[in-house]
Design a protein around this ligand. Structure first.
Ligand SMILES: *[C@@H]1O[C@H](CO)[C@@H](O)[C@H](O)[C@H]1NC(C)=O
Ligand SMILES: *[C@@H]1O[C@H](CO)[C@@H](O)[C@H](O)[C@H]1NC(C)=O
Length: 291
């Protein structure tokens, strides 16, 4: 191929890459309220979710993404938040075959710890919960909850500490979310039938309105433009930074941080829940390294 053709090909690839690798900054530009608009507010880069006896509330991103980092700073409902759940998650919203990657924050009575609940659904199959107590007071300040998702792994980060990894073992027959774009959702609702101590502690409406604050949404991610994105967003180019080898596996320092969190703050792991096993069999990914 001549120099001119090579240059044109390079320009073409650069154009594609430029077009799809995307930074969505500011909540007001990239999200809209989809539930409870009468008492919920977006302004600039701030979103306030409210739950009272009339309604919960929620917002979602305008765009869908396939791979990248979806970052949000969240200050959870303070005081007596028992029975409330604040969620920050990605979902393809494709009914029975949905992919979903979840952070859910289960409230508690004053002074008792929240639960950071994580889950992943692939083609409609979920029940892969892992839960943690936070190592800080998540209501005193904003903390950084980031979902990093690339062709080889999904990483849940809390203040840049990895707390969980779900690796791609598709070549061994284990499903992985890489063929459906997902939007970003957040919501605050009444889940007092299950959230706090398994549903034992109910919402105290005297403490309403419950308010969670969100700030600094950053989607450094690949725009989903339909099925063509399945290969485009996974294509190894510098513009698709999430495909760089740096992100294909946690480095030793990050692995050490994750071990620290899991050794000290993990309170539930579906891979160790013998009451939920399928015919006595753990899900296959439970036998694989996850980091
Ligand atoms: C949030 O955490 C992610 C993942 O570690 C990191 O890339 C990002 O810079 C952090 N954002 C802020 C505002 O600290
Ligand atoms: C609430 O506090 C109890 C008692 O400390 C604890 O067992 C539980 O994990 C906490 N969180 C939730 C959401 O129930």
């Amino acid at each position: 191929m001549g120099i001119l053709q090579a240059l044109l090909v390079a320009l073409f690839i650069a154009a594609i890459a430029f077009d799809q690798s995307f930074v969505d900054a500011s909540i007001s530009k990239s999200m809209y309220v989809n539930w409870g608009a009468q008492h919920t507010a977006i302004s600039g880069d701030d979103l306030q979710l409210v739950l009272d006896q009339t309604s919960g509330s929620g917002a979602q991103s305008k765009r869908a993404f396939l791979f990248g980092s979806l970052e949000m700073l969240i200050k959870l409902v303070p005081g007596n938040s028992a029975g409330t759940v604040t969620a920050y998650y990605l979902s393809s919203s494709t009914m029975n075959i949905r992919d979903e990657i979840d952070f859910e924050f289960l409230g508690n009575i004053s002074g008792q710890p929240y639960i950071i609940h994580t889950n992943i659904y692939i083609h409609g199959i979920g029940s892969k919960e892992q839960q943690f107590h936070p190592w800080f007071d998540p209501t005193a300040d904003f903390h950084n909850y980031t979902i990093h998702w690339n062709p080889t792994e999904v990483v849940w980060y809390v203040d840049s500490l990895p707390i969980r990894v779900f690796r791609n073992y598709e070549n061994e027959g284990i499903a992985y979310p890489n063929k459906q774009g997902m939007r970003v959702y957040t919501s605050l609702w009444n889940a007092d039938n299950w959230a706090t101590r398994g549903g034992l502690v109910k919402i105290d409406w005297n403490s309403a309105p419950f308010i969670a604050r969100l700030h600094n949404f950053r989607a450094r991610a690949c725009k989903w433009n339909g099925p063509v994105s399945i290969s485009q967003c996974a294509f190894k180019t510098p513009a698709n930074w999430w495909t760089s080898p740096t992100y294909s596996q946690l480095g030793y320092a990050k692995m050490g941080q994750m071990k620290w969190v899991r050794d000290h703050y993990m309170i539930y792991d579906y891979c160790r829940d013998t009451t939920k096993t399928l015919n006595g069999q753990m899900p296959p990914e439970c036998f694989k390294p996850q980091f």
